[in-house]
Design a protein around this ligand. Structure first.
Ligand code: SF4
Length: 957
């Protein structure tokens, strides 16, 4: 990268003309430069992209475009784009390929996959990365018959998603959002700048304009934390303790919303007190299975879901059959009123003063209860009771990966939801709100499929690979407790692994544990670099050979649009298009773009034709499915059922009348969400800017979990099965079922090695424990926490190949608090080794003040392997950038328990942010680095300067 001045001197810049129209065509589609899925207007001239702007009508971004979005043009014209299918000819990892035709590529892939399917479909492990077509990819895996499928949620934020879905039937980010227009107090946990990018920036701007208070709880003060009114630089992994101290204070001051708790949560439900018994800790139920509460009026146990009872929230009761029970609320209050959660007790561990914690608790209560929002909007609740107003608590919360990516992350996220419920701040005016089609009830839940009787050669599975276990019987394990999935998701190792454990697949496949596989099929997942823990070890596993000389993972099939580090390890590469060259579907069956105002979905349309021999991955998957004769992908005569993905988007039905797209259904295009396929559906989307949005009427906008009109319309639109109240779960009973199994009850019990672990971590009320790595290592030898953040203008590894975005960041530093550095005798720009129990990484430091003093941090995924991404061999990303992943292990330090994943014990979420390190002085000269990758066939040396628009066409090199 040249300094800016020399750029100016050396580049001749074409003069801009104000008279000349900048484009001769405008096409609207959906951005894919990060996960937000904003609407964009793409301007083209002479068939080439000239510039990209935000679509002002689009519900996600309302015209706002971030740096990544506008730099999409350089992503599209990136020299790192793959050009043609590739077959490996050299050693794995060397990037030595020959170009082949698509027919050979598809025939080869179909041969590998066909052999597996005919013998044992589980020998296919199909894992996708930042895939926005999971409704298709998961369904394809189901048709293939393998349970070994997941996307990247297991190493991103499954703790947050699972905690939310098991507690409140929604979650932060994609399934919920703050009431930006009415919130007066916003508590933001662990949020970096890249996820929920434009929507949260727009929302924060509104809060600033309206004078709402923003409090950011984050070890690092960048981005959103930098504009907060108050930054609490918490020590990583202690957010749960901080939340418990807030709860402690609110309970002590009796500042909780009892009416909300009685009406909308399971606070009054009776929990059996039966120490050692097979029902201990389960809800008390009558003979018909109805959960009981204690009615103070009749002084008897009654159906807890009757509308007009006066349930007790405290006091032990004896039921007619002699069983003893207490309400959930009593258990909750007893736990969090304990002195161990008092602000003074948690302050030293969190690094937040006790007085600050007390003040935040008071501020939350004052805002919630003394500044309540009253909307003169009548509505009717689930029981038919009419309410003349909507009354809300203007306190909203939001959390993301910073709280999620710890081994105690599931319980931390649960703790935040409990805090929200105690304040009565769920889907009320001013609080956090569900994004339609959420909330969704946990029962009947979608269970994971893959039991022994559900997998057979040449057969589709009867259900989807991923789901939500509610009891040990739902686990995918053999009779002896051995995991049935290659990643060990839904086993005793990670029972509620709702998003799978992508970060453990390569290790398990390499070890043949629990069984060997044949083909590892990856899509958009840079698993040999920034998406792997233990990067060096992972690349060694990918290239390791058995005694007979064959690779231990026999086949690696990979699809990506770009020459990522992972390409070098593939045996067969299926080149994908860029996001501007294909149809795509952002579906309600997957991760929709709806808002609290109503459901929405979107498409992408091809804006330009590929100029390379590449194909959209989704088209390829559909064709492979047809070649393999997968049941859902061929018709009665064995002919392909779908022409391509666009055809699938329109004609596929998951249930009668419900397909990938909810807008303009029905033959005339006038049906909402449910209706026959409409052959003109894509035209309607394109005419509407490539999105569809349904506006909920005013009486359905709040209390969606208990709002009769909303629940009925959600059922009519197919979002929920029945219009029944969704009771918010302070106490998550399914967790107790796992605990009981670990105590020797029930037909499915864990092996001895897992019993204590399950008993300890499957607590139905949130708990806090020290993150596993921190507990296992010598904390004096590794005295610092190390975490990563994603910069606002980058998204995973994509951004740092982008010629415009590289001008913002083209290398990363390690940021160290000034006091910490001074104590270690380190100065700004010194070189250090980051040393963990697992490995070490060399990097250059920068001194800052906006970080917890016991924490160091860096930007993630900036460091690159030389030669990858078509960057020149001496690119700063490769020479000076570094990857913290090299210091992170996928396996915990030995604890005497045998090998354990470095993950949350409930969900299996990768515990990236548990890393503990020390700093050692390093030489300024670079040491050993991975060898530079060979340029791919058909590509020239990477350009020194990539210049946009020099010839009014493709950017010049
Ligand atoms: S936030 Fe930026 S990169 Fe992400 S989808 Fe929106 S415009 Fe694209």
């Amino acid at each position: 990268m040249l300094p800016a001045d020399s750029h100016r001197r050396r580049l001749s810049r074409p003069e801009a003309s104000a008279d000349e129209p900048p484009s001769d065509r405008l096409a609207q589609t959906t951005c894919y430069m990060c996960a937000c899925r904003c609407g964009i207007n793409v301007h083209l001239k002479d068939g080439h992209i000239r510039y990209i702007e935000g679509n002002r009508r689009h519900p996600v971004n309302r015209g706002v475009l971030c740096a990544k979005g506008s730099a999409g043009i350089m992503q599209h014209y990136s020299p790192a784009r793959l050009r043609k299918p590739l077959l490996r000819v050299g050693e794995r990892g060397k990037a030595e390929f020959r170009e082949i035709e698509w027919e050979e590529a598809l025939a080869t892939a179909a041969r590998w996959l066909g052999d597996i399917r005919a013998s044992d479909p589980r020998k296919l492990a199909f894992f996708t990365g930042r895939d926005q077509s999971q409704a298709l990819t998961a369904w394809w895996a189901q048709q293939f018959g393998t349970p070994n499928y997941a996307a990247h949620g297991g190493f991103c934020s499954v703790n947050m998603a699972a905690a939310g879905l098991y507690s409140i039937g929604g979650s932060f980010w994609e399934f919920g959002e703050p009431d930006w227009e009415q919130t007066r107090y916003f508590l933001l946990f662990g949020v970096a700048e890249d996820h929920d990018s434009n929507p949260i920036k727009i929302g924060l701007n509104r809060l600033r304009q309206r004078g709402a208070k923003i409090v950011s709880v984050n070890p690092v003060r960048t981005g959103y934390s930098a504009i907060a009114d108050e930054w609490l630089g918490i020590r990583p992994g202690t957010d749960g303790l901080f939340v418990f101290a807030l709860i402690h204070e609110l309970l002590r001051l009796e500042r909780v919303d009892l009416n909300f708790l009685v009406r909308y949560t399971n606070a009054p439900w009776l929990v059996l007190n039966q120490p050692g018994g097979s029902e201990d800790g389960l809800f008390a139920r009558d003979r018909d299975g109805r959960v009981l509460a204690w009615d103070r009026r009749s002084n008897s146990a009654v159906d807890a879901q009757l509308a007009d009872i006066a349930p007790a929230l405290a006091g032990e009761v004896t039921l007619a059959d002699g069983r003893r029970a207490v309400p959930v609320f009593q258990r909750l209050a007893e736990r969090y009123l304990d002195a161990q959660y008092a602000p003074e007790a948690v302050a030293p561990r969190c690094g937040i003063a006790a007085e600050t914690i007390r003040r935040i608790a008071r501020e939350l209560a004052t805002t919630a209860f003394e500044q309540e929002i009253v909307l003169e909007q009548p509505w009717t609740d689930w029981a038919g009771r009419r309410h003349e107003r909507m009354i809300g608590r203007p306190v909203a919360m939001h959390g993301m990966r910073g709280i999620s990516a710890h081994s105690n992350g599931f319980h931390t996220c649960r703790a935040i939801h409990v805090l929200q419920m105690l304040l009565g701040a769920i889907d009320t005016p001013g609080s956090w709100r569900y994004k339609s089609p959420y909330p969704r009830p946990l029962t009947p839940a979608m269970k994971p499929t893959g039991h022994a009787h559900q997998v057979a050669p040449g057969t589709a599975m009867p259900g989807p690979p991923l789901g939500f276990p509610l009891s040990p019987e739902d686990l995918l394990i053999e009779a002896d407790g051995t995991p049935r999935r290659i990643d060990k998701a839904f086993s005793w190792e990670a029972p509620l692994a709702a998003h799978g454990l992508m970060h453990e697949v390569i290790r398990n496949a390499w070890k043949g544990d629990p069984y060997p596989i044949d083909t590892l099929f990856l899509y958009m997942a840079n698993m040999s670099w920034n998406s792997a823990m233990n990067t060096a070890g992972t690349t060694a596993m990918l290239t390791d050979r058995a005694a007979d000389g064959s690779y231990k993972i026999p086949h690696i099939l990979y699809s990506d649009a770009y020459f990522s580090e992972m390409v070098a390890f593939a045996d067969l590469v299926l080149p994908d298009t860029t996001y501007l060259e294909r149809w795509d579907c952002i579906s309600l069956l997957d991760r929709p773009i709806g808002s609290a105002e109503g459901p929405a979905d979107a498409i992408r349309q091809p804006v330009v034709k590929p100029d390379r021999d590449v194909r959209p991955f989704q088209d390829v998957l559909i064709e492979l499915g047809a070649r393999l004769k997968l049941p859902g992908l061929v018709g009665a005569e064995g002919k392909p059922r779908y022409r391509d993905y666009a055809d699938y988007m329109v004609r596929h039905e998951r249930k009668p009348g419900i397909g990938p797209l909810a807008g303009w259904r029905g033959e005339k295009g006038d049906a909402v969400a449910v209706g026959a396929a409409n052959p003109h559906q894509l035209e309607r989307y394109v005419a509407n800017g490539c999105f569809w949005q349904h506006h909920l009427p005013p009486d359905q906008l709040y209390f969606k979990h208990a709002n009769r009109a909303y629940l009925e319309s959600a059922a009519a639109m197919g979002f929920i099965d029945r219009p029944r109240q969704i009771v918010l779960q302070l106490y998550v009973e399914p967790l107790q079922k796992f605990r009981l199994a670990a105590s020797g009850h029930g037909p499915v019990q864990p092996p001895a090695r897992d019993r204590e672990r399950i008993r300890q971590y499957f607590d139905p009320l949130p708990i806090w424990y020290m993150p596993f790595e921190e507990a296992a290592i010598d904390r004096e030898a590794f005295p610092l926490h190390a975490v990563t953040q994603r910069p606002m203008p980058m998204y995973h590894s994509w951004g740092s190949q982008n010629a415009w975005l590289r001008q913002i960041y083209n290398r990363n530093h390690l940021y160290v608090h000034r006091r910490t550095a001074a104590a270690l005798g380190l100065r700004d720009e010194d070189w250090v080794f980051v040393v963990s129990h697992h490995g070490r990484v060399r990097c250059q430091i920068r001194l800052v003040e906006g970080v917890n003093p016991e924490t160091v941090w860096t930007w993630n995924a900036i460091g690159k392997r030389a030669g990858a991404w078509a960057l020149s061999g001496d690119a700063p990303e490769a020479r000076q950038g570094f990857l913290l992943n090299n210091a992170i292990s996928e396996i915990l330090p030995a604890t005497g328990e045998g090998e354990r994943f470095n993950a949350d014990p409930v969900t299996g979420q990768a515990a990236w942010y548990d890393l503990r390190i020390r700093l050692e002085r390093a030489p300024a000269e670079a040491g050993e680095r991975p060898a530079a990758l060979t340029p791919l066939p058909g590509t020239s040396a990477a350009p020194h300067v990539l210049r946009y628009g020099a010839g009014r066409a493709e950017p010049a090199r």
